[in-house]
Design a protein around this ligand. Structure first.
Ligand SMILES: Cc1cc2nc3c(=O)[nH]c(=O)nc-3n(C[C@H](O)[C@H](O)[C@H](O)COP(=O)(O)O)c2cc1C
Length: 160
């Protein structure tokens, strides 16, 4: 039995996902970033996280060559940042809302959390690469995190 691409993607719209903007800087000081919902914790000891990046992304070459990256866990009021860092052909940093944060990498001051990572491994994942980061430095913010569900941005609310 096979699953169509539409069934696959529609099914995954039912999965609440985090919204991150992952950033890095190359040896020339050029900044790169993309919006990624395929983010997960992976290991406690050592502390590892992963994010999946499409091989077709304009930022792919920079991230697979990087030795570190920063995961910004977006806050509920940062959906415009998420949209900008998912938009092709624009200067995603032009708004000036990123400042040097953990590991000196571009970070959002109002993020719900940030994880500064050393690249631990890069694995194959079909049409994506799986970037595994060893967490070296964290920042825990106060804001409610943003989530992505049913093809839209949502603000999670407690059930009680
Ligand atoms: C909410 C949201 C989540 C996304 N999650 C991912 C992801 O986990 N991995 C990925 O490769 N692209 C993801 N994208 C798409 C990228 O942000 C970006 O649009 C894509 O890499 C194309 O950008 P490019 O112009 O750099 O090639 C997501 C986009 C949105 C809006």
């Amino acid at each position: 039995m096979s699953v169509t691409a539409e069934d696959f993607t529609r099914t995954l719209t039912r999965v609440p996902a985090p919204v991150t903007v992952v950033t890095t800087v190359d040896h020339g000081g050029r900044r790169f970033g993309f919006t990624g919902s395929a983010f997960s914790s992976l290991s406690l000891d050592p502390p590892l996280v992963l994010v999946c990046l499409a091989k077709t992304a304009s930022t792919h070459a920079a991230f697979v060559a990087a030795d570190r990256f920063l995961v910004n866990i977006l806050a509920h009021d940062q959906h415009e940042v998420a949209t900008r860092f998912a938009t092709s052909g624009v200067d995603r940093f032009a708004a000036g809302d990123m400042t040097p944060a953990e590991l000196g990498l571009p970070g959002l001051p109002g993020a719900a959390a940030r994880l500064g990572c050393a690249v631990h491994a890069v694995h194959e994942g079909g049409d994506h690469s799986i970037l595994i980061g060893r967490v070296l430095s964290v920042h825990i913010g106060q804001e409610t995190p943003l989530a992505y569900l049913d093809r839209g941005f949502v603000r999670p609310v407690p059930t009680n």
